[in-house]
Design a protein around this ligand. Structure first.
Ligand code: DC
Length: 242
């Protein structure tokens, strides 16, 4: 089945309002995945990691020995691309067919080709339709969705839209902590080249109109989460729900 799985808390939404969508964009190494997940947990919301869907597709192509650089072959594969992503921040998982690929999609061999897949417009359109469905169908009262184009393309009408940034230096330092064993120079070059490749597709370094920038360069993890939770509280009390 070509679908993302939404795992609710079993009770359904507590009210009849549409879910509050919190859209978070940002460059690699800004901490947006772990921060967004912690924000979802703090608010009792769901969490949608859109990058994981691009990574799952890249993993699937490598697994089937399909060349990720061949747009035609990648587009053909979409028809049978069978994946699921958990949206409960406490039960996060990524599956392709019957295989749990939660960790495998973070491997360098996947990271190395995912930009090739993400730059194909048909792939983006196909995934975006599925993301939008998740945002409206979630059983949570709200959902934190993160990715490179969430505030601008996937959910431009979300009541809360945030660009999470950090200086290149801070992003590199965080990445090299995550990837022990890689030298700072290797991590820095990999990060810069991914930012370069990805920014050809979407502009995630500059906040679009109505998007609030949260700069985490000088904030630790907990303070970054608090800063975003504060934005959500202030925006959702002043904006009409979408
Ligand atoms: O955030 P991440 O590193 O897991 O993203 C994986 C890749 O997918 C990366 O090349 C950026 C791309 N991506 C995208 O183009 N649009 C999104 N909404 C999410 C990720």
């Amino acid at each position: 089945m070509n679908d993302l799985q939404t795992i609710g808390d079993g009770t359904g939404r507590r009210n009849d309002e549409p879910p509050v969508v919190v859209a978070v964009d940002g460059p690699a190494g800004s901490g947006k995945s772990s921060v967004s997940r912690a924000v979802a947990r703090a608010l009792g919301y769901g969490y949608l990691d859109t990058g994981a869907a691009y990574r799952a597709l890249a993993w699937d192509l490598l697994d089937r020995s399909i060349d990720p650089a061949s747009a035609g072959d990648v587009i053909d594969e979409l028809e049978r691309f069978d994946f699921r992503i958990g949206t409960d921040p406490d039960e996060y998982f990524v599956r392709v067919r019957t295989e749990n690929v939660t960790d495998a999609i973070r491997e360098p061999r996947v990271t190395g080709v995912v930009s090739l897949v993400a730059r194909i417009p048909e792939v983006r359109q196909w995934l975006n339709e599925r993301f939008r469905h998740i945002l409206t169908a979630t059983e949570f009262d709200g959902i934190v969705a993160e990715g490179r184009d969430i505030t601008t393309v996937v959910a431009p009408d979300a009541p809360v839209r945030i660009l999470l940034t950090a200086s290149e230096e801070a992003r590199m330092a965080r990445r090299s902590k995550e990837l022990t064993g890689e030298s700072a120079a290797v991590v820095g070059e990999a990060l810069r080249s991914r930012d370069r490749a990805d920014s050809r597709v979407v502009d995630f370094m500059n906040a679009a109109d109505g998007v609030i920038t949260v700069d985490s360069t000088h904030l630790d993890f907990d303070r970054t989460v608090d800063a975003i939770v504060d934005v959500v509280h202030s925006r959702s009390s002043t904006s009409p729900a979408h």
